[in-house]
Design a binder for this molecule. Sequence first.
Ligand code: SF4
Length: 243
Amino acid sequence: MSTTDSTISLPDLIAATKATLEKISSDYTPAVFASSLAAEDMVLTDLILRSKLDIGIFTLETGRLHAETLGMLDRIKEAYDYDVTPFRPQPEAVANYVEQNGLNAFYDSVEMRKECCRIRKIEPLNRALSGKKSWVTGQRRAQSQTRAELHVQEQDEAHAMTKFNPLADWSEEDVWEYIRSNNVPYNPLHDKGYPSIGCEPCTRAIQPGEDVRAGRWWWENPDSKECGLHVVDGKLIRIKSIA
Ligand code: SF4
């Protein structure tokens, strides 16, 4: 088994992650977990719901997700009897974008892509985070070069709250070992060459040996491959590490 830090075993990673989630639930509420319904997010969903922690779970239902991803909402309900809250874009903003630029204008330029992400993800995210003390993500440091500086606990200056990335130290192998050992439901697209899953038109399967984020916005340069949820004015907003 490999980890991003080879000195940390999976049982120790799980214990540390549980401790982080318990700290959030006791000291950082109201707290919410932004789940993309992908493998990492299912590890956190499992840990949060099994321990009945006081952390609400929501997802950004952009209107362009794969059917398999949407199907995870039913699978979570079935496995944990829990309703993930969907946050959707403002219908008039989507209609205006499509009318002025076309349904798939995000392929035309980085600016068009970021505007689509702003309408379908960032504005709904801001609504989901409104009034909260902290939020949680399933990001891992090893996922891409844009996440190399990720910390477990950070100050999110843009949203004026604490942001937690409890899986920052986990490797992809750790994630899958946890999922298999605990029989956690996961998105079937992961078995079809999709290690990282976003909106359907902006995600493709990758080939063996490709970077795990290579299938996201594959027509862009690697250093622009964030949706803006963790970037403000072109800069990563994980400015201040607390951990
Ligand atoms: S990932 Fe693609 S479809 Fe989804 S919001 Fe961003 S640009 Fe739009």
